[in-house]
Design a protein around this ligand. Structure first.
Ligand code: PMT
Length: 418
């Protein structure tokens, strides 16, 4: 399952509240919209103020609430035209029968109806009313007009109503409304980055996290990788327009939004999935995983018993995933990582050459503030000789920021005619 939690969209939403009992849900809606990182300003009609006070919305949105068209003081703050331009989307929730009729008629006798005519932003309405009023011919005729005018109508839910009736007319829950708004902007942004992003049209495969090599049914060999670096890179590559697959060892992180995830346990499984992705078509392969170099020669079928003071376990070498992919005829652009504790330049360059990589990003894993498990990293990036690039120093920053700089380095190398 993808997580939206870490995605913040810097978009401006006007939430317009009209008169109806569902106005109480709009208070929660402000919170949910803000959870997604939206900037929210609230516009209230006179009818809405009979159900809930502007003060509630002011506190929740952290912005002044707009209630009138003809108040010189309010207009001096952010006038209706400015407000209409500020909005990336106007969401009217709840939208009463009355405001729907006014919109359909093109009336402009208060702030909200004026805003509707003055804005270029998409306008969505979430009608909420008694089921008979929803079904009324005039309401349906007005909604048809508004749909033809390009307005997005969110169909109300059916169920028990505040007035005791049962039928369609309930405003959808705030969580569902906020998610629809979020998905709308994400889809829009995706369409843009898929065309204009730094990695538009590229297929990227990323390995991340540790591998586990079983000793017996209860024990294994592994390492301290948490997957944070690889997951951050996956998120950055997706935001840059790439089609991203993350081959993840056992970690506890949520899948970054938009990224396809394949879970594996052992190095052999990571190699199998990597080869599969290569055959599916892969333009860039990034190996952030800390792969166990050795595995147990023979996994014990039962728990090994404590019989002596020492225990010898024979290990055999695991396949080198990144080197195997780099050897293939149709090889992608290959990015390796190097976890070192000393002689960073010498060891990283050695791996760059021996594994036939295009680029290698090296971090000092003897430090506790970066590398394994940390939220930040610092890296030195080396390029294969054919690119004729100097090494790059990426100063300590969040793994997301480091990921962005790595993507820039990849794009620079891809754009060089080598
Ligand atoms: O996951 P985090 O907690 O966020 O920590 C991030 C990290 C420290 C794991 C990451 O930044 C990192 O350094 N990853 C590489 C770890 C590593 O195994 O480095 P290495 O120097 O042993 O391997 C060199 C390269 O070969 C790596 O790209 C590795 O993925 C690859 N390799 C290694 C062995 C193997 N059998 N197959 C491989 O593909």
């Amino acid at each position: 399952m993808s997580s939206n939690v870490n995605i913040k969209l810097n978009k401006n939403i006007i939430l317009a509240v009209t008169g109806g009992i569902a106005a109480y849900k709009s208070a929660v809606l402000v919170r949910r919209l803000k959870d997604y990182g939206f900037n929210v300003r609230v516009v209230m009609t006179k009818g809405a103020q009979a159900f809930i006070t502007p003060l509630t919305f002011q506190a929740l949105s952290s912005n002044p609430v707009h209630t009138t068209l003809l108040d010189p003081e309010a207009e001096a703050g952010m006038g209706h035209i400015e407000l209409a331009r500020w909005a990336d989307l106007i969401l009217v929730a709840p939208a009463s029968c009355d405001v729907i009729a006014k919109f359909a008629q093109g009336l402009a006798d208060d702030l909200l109806t004026t805003l509707y005519l003055a804005t270029k932003a998409p306008v969505w309405i979430a009608p909420a009313m008694n089921q008979q009023m929803w079904a009324a011919k005039a309401t349906q005729r007005n909604l048809k007009t508004l749909t033809e005018d390009g307005m997005h109508i969110i169909i109300p839910d059916a169920g028990e109503q505040a007035c005791g009736d049962i039928g369609r007319g309930r405003m959808p829950e705030p969580e569902a409304l906020a998610e629809q708004v979020f998905e709308y902007f994400k889809t829009q942004e995706r369409a843009y980055t898929q065309q204009f992003g730094l990695l538009a049209g590229k297929k990227v495969t990323i390995t991340a996290g540790p591998t586990r090599e079983a000793i017996d049914p209860v024990r294994y060999i592994s390492n301290h990788s948490t997957g944070k670096m690889g997951f951050a890179l996956a998120s950055v590559c997706y935001a840059a327009g790439a089609d991203v697959t993350l081959i993840a060892g056992p970690v506890t992180l949520n899948t970054p939004y938009g990224v396809t995830r394949k879970n594996i346990v052992s190095a052999q499984q990571m190699l199998d999935e990597s080869m599969y992705m290569l055959n599916q078509g892969c333009d860039i392969f990034i190996a952030t995983a800390a792969v166990a170099d050795y595995r147990v020669a023979e996994i014990a079928p039962h728990k090994i018993k404590k019989t002596g003071d020492t225990l010898d376990i024979a290990l055999i070498k695991n396949p080198d995933i990144v080197a195997t992919i780099a050897q293939q005829e149709k090889r992608p652009f290959m990015v390796g990582f190097a976890a070192e504790t000393q002689n960073i330049e010498q060891y990283a360059n050695g791996k760059l050459i021996s594994k036939k990589l295009d680029m290698i990003a090296c971090n000092d894993v003897s430090r506790t503030d970066i590398g394994f498990g940390a939220d930040e990293n610092a890296m030195t990036v080396f390029f294969a000789k054919k690119y004729d690039f100097d090494q790059r120093q990426l100063e300590k920053a969040s793994k997301l920021k480091i990921g962005e700089q790595l993507v820039e380095a990849i794009v620079d190398a891809l754009n060089t005619k080598s």
